[in-house]
Design a protein around this ligand. Structure first.
Ligand code: HEC
Ligand code: HEC
Ligand SMILES: [Ca+2]
Ligand SMILES: [Ca+2]
Ligand SMILES: [Ca+2]
Length: 454
């Protein structure tokens, strides 16, 4: 059947809609791996890469997986970790390029979930004067970690209109033993789970004009869904761009995100982020030795960027299953695609020309949406308000369980599985959620089966 599709046929589904040629290759021919499942689904290079870029992919892969060490060390190419950090390697949080799960009730340390911090400033939020823009719960020897974060979960029960009960978990965050001075009384916290890092170069290659055409900031068409462009300065070009990375789209692109991850998550400086995450309120942090200036050389940085851009998206597995096809129609019917926009064609992409002109299926408009008070972190950042989140691409989502052994979804991992994720949707997505809830149990299962095939 796979052969049939790649020869250009179309498959009619029972609901009468049509599976489009190539839809089972969400990253396009250049960007999809065709492993068809398994725990290595997220670690493959995009098949269309040139030989030179593929070599850089494998080199970047080793830096993504290696553990960095504190300075000074005999191994100059991998020292500089800390003084404050959350993990020793990218792959601790993005294991096999997937996502870590949030920790259980009161278990420490956090295994990948990050807490971003800010306080109110005269012109908007600014980093906390002592604890900075992110909480690090590990420190180099001799330093005390910033504090001990803890999460507790409370059950919230409800039922579908047909009477089927459900139980959701509501997280609460506790910051124990602040070691560097009292916490600000107006401290704002944003919890973030590490997402899978697949297909990111393809997301960068979507023409900005195609995304802008989807924005409807004043909801002119009256469907209850607005969608704003996350404008922000790109630290590389200095230009105002449509920011594309992060749960709140507060990072311009892969380059900015990698520099930010190195500096804030691991305490590793680069040309773009030359300072560790120490504040003037943490003099012992500022006094620690550095592992070079910068700690991550431009060559290693570029390898990491090429790698992070060119991890392939997995092919769909059961696209022709009748339930999956029915779920595909229901996905549009209840207007999940008001935000999770199915497909785009990439434009010319200078960093990796191989990714140009690909028909891709990320299921996201990459716009900011008000998702209601329950999901709000009440911490504005970049263009996003305290209630806005960027539509998550859904590609690869069905393989998280086989890759990472869990099914925790949404920005803080509060949802276990697709149905719970939908139940958490509010704000602009409330009408779509309600339509989902009103479906029969069988139809709900079909819609979930479709999402799990992505
Ligand atoms: C301590 C855990 C942790 C470590 C270590 C870490 N990340 Fe992440 N990563 C995250 C979290 C959490 C997010 C979501 C951030 C956000 O929404 O602002 C993220 C987001 C990303 C994204 C954006 C993906 C998207 O879809 O928006 C990229 C790219 C990325 N990380 C790459 C890296 C690289 C490369 C490294 C190593 C240099 C790294 N990360 C290290 C936790 C981590
Ligand atoms: C108004 C826009 C909007 C609509 C409509 C919408 N979503 Fe979402 N979706 C989002 C945003 C934004 C997020 C990320 C929210 C967060 O993490 O807090 C998200 C997250 C998700 C996630 C979790 C993704 C992950 O990687 O953890 C799933 C699954 C999902 N949506 C499925 C659906 C389905 C199915 C529907 C239709 C019933 C739907 N969504 C309708 C905007 C929308
Ligand atoms: Ca350092
Ligand atoms: Ca900090
Ligand atoms: Ca609208």
């Amino acid at each position: 059947m796979i052969l049939l599709l790649s020869l250009g046929c179309r498959v009619d589904d029972p609901m009468g809609s049509v599976l489009i040629d190539g839809e089972w290759l969400p990253g396009g021919e250049a960007g999809t791996n065709t492993l068809l499942g398994g725990s290595n689904s997220f670690i493959m290079p995009m098949p269309g890469l040139s030989a030179a870029h593929e070599q850089q992919f494998y080199s970047g892969n080793s830096y993504f997986n290696q553990s960095w060490v504190e300075a000074p060390a005999s191994t100059d190419a991998r020292d500089g970790l800390g003084p404050f950090f959350n993990a020793r390697s990218c792959s601790t949080c993005h294991f096999k390029d997937g996502r870590a799960a949030p920790t259980d009730d009161s278990v420490v340390p956090f295994s990948g979930l990050l807490l971003r911090l800010s306080v109110s400033g005269p012109d908007g939020p600014v980093p906390d004067p002592i604890y900075g823009g992110q909480l690090q719960d590990i420190a180099s020897p001799g330093l005390t970690p910033e504090l001990t974060p803890r999460v507790t979960w409370q059950e919230r029960t409800g039922s579908y209109p047909d009477g089927t009960p459900y139980a959701l978990l509501v997280p609460a965050y506790h910051l124990d033993a602040p070691a560097h001075g009292p916490l600000s009384t107006d401290l704002m916290i944003s919890p973030r789970l590490p997402p899978q890092v697949i297909g990111l170069g393809l997301l960068e290659a979507i023409p900005a004009s195609d995304l802008a055409a989807l924005a409807d900031p004043d909801d002119a068409d009256g469907d209850g869904i607005s969608g704003r462009i996350p404008w922000g300065v790109d630290p590389v070009s200095g230009e105002v761009v449509h920011r594309r990375m992060g749960w709140k789209a507060d990072s311009a692109g892969v380059v900015a995100q990698v520099a930010g991850a190195l500096a804030a998550d691991m305490g590793l400086t680069s040309t773009l982020r030359p300072l560790d995450d120490c504040t003037s309120g943490q003099p012992e942090c500022l006094a620690e030795p550095a592992g070079g200036e910068p700690e991550v050389s431009d060559t290693i940085f570029e390898r990491l960027v090429t790698y992070t851009r060119s991890v392939a998206v997995p092919a769909r597995r059961n696209w022709d299953d009748p339930d999956v096809l029915a779920g595909r129609s229901l996905f549009s019917e209840v207007q999940c695609d008001g935000c999770h926009v199915a497909d785009f064609t990439t434009s010319a992409f200078a960093p990796l020309p191989e990714l140009s002109d690909q028909h891709i299926w990320p299921y996201s408009d990459l716009l900011l949406h008000d998702m209601g008070p329950d999901l709000a972190d009440d911490r504005p950042v970049g263009a996003a308000s305290g209630r806005e989140w960027r539509t998550r691409p859904l590609w690869g989502i069905g393989l998280l369980e086989v890759v990472n052994g869990h099914t925790r979804l949404m920005h803080d991992g509060r949802a276990d599985g697709v149905a719970e994720a939908i139940l958490w949707h509010g704000g602009e997505a409330a009408a779509s959620r309600d339509r989902f809830m009103a479906l029969s149990a069988g139809e709900r299962a079909q819609l979930v089966a479709f999402v799990e095939d992505l």
